[in-house]
Design a protein around this ligand. Structure first.
Ligand code: KMT
Ligand code: NI
Length: 173
């Protein structure tokens, strides 16, 4: 399966770790994600090449699991609050799995299943969130162009130039 992404059922308040697929499933293609500025590579053996090409000079690794991550509950809450950044968010899954949710053009949630070996880039200004799935474990490399800035702005954050630029970058219907 090249990519598993789908529109969500809107019931994630019950348990954010469940897949929350619609019935029948409404898949979202890689092309559809690209039009949102979201890029996804699956099991790409060329991480180093991609890093060089895009200038992802910085990297660290975060292991998200209850036993070892300080302030685990609080961090997971922060990650799942709808937010944006003023820079691209670039993540490579080193182990385990997790979900990244991004907003569609019409403001619906798209859930993207990320597994070991997957790389994703979310553009500056896109509303998104992150959650573990039912396996409760992921190890992710965080990549950045230059010095990392982790600041997240919770929605509403529409006045930022980066948000306006992002909206302007979307193709017309
Ligand atoms: C973010 O900003 O959404 C995150 O850093 C998610 C957690 S890192 C896998
Ligand atoms: Ni984020």
């Amino acid at each position: 399966m090249p990519l598993d992404a789908w529109f969500m059922d809107g019931l994630e308040e019950e348990d954010q770790r469940l897949p929350h697929r619609l019935e029948p499933n409404q898949p979202v293609s890689l092309d559809a994600l690209r039009t949102l500025g979201v890029f996804h590579w699956k099991n790409d053996p060329e991480l180093e090449k991609i890093r060089k090409e895009h200038g992802y000079s910085y990297s660290d690794v975060i292991t998200i699991q209850k036993e070892t991550l300080p302030n685990y509950e609080e961090k997971l809450k922060t990650f799942f609050a709808e937010h944006l950044h003023l820079d691209d968010e670039i993540r490579y899954i080193v182990g385990g799995q997790a979900y990244f949710d991004v907003r569609s053009r019409d403001d619906r949630w798209i859930r993207i299943a990320m597994k070991k070996g997957d790389l994703i880039t979310l553009p500056a200004g896109i509303y998104h969130r992150f959650t573990l799935d039912q396996t409760n474990y992921t190890k992710a490399m965080r990549l950045f162009v230059g010095e990392p800035v982790w600041k997240a702005y919770n929605r509403p954050a529409d006045d930022f130039e980066e948000r306006q630029k992002y909206l302007a970058s979307l193709p017309c219907d």
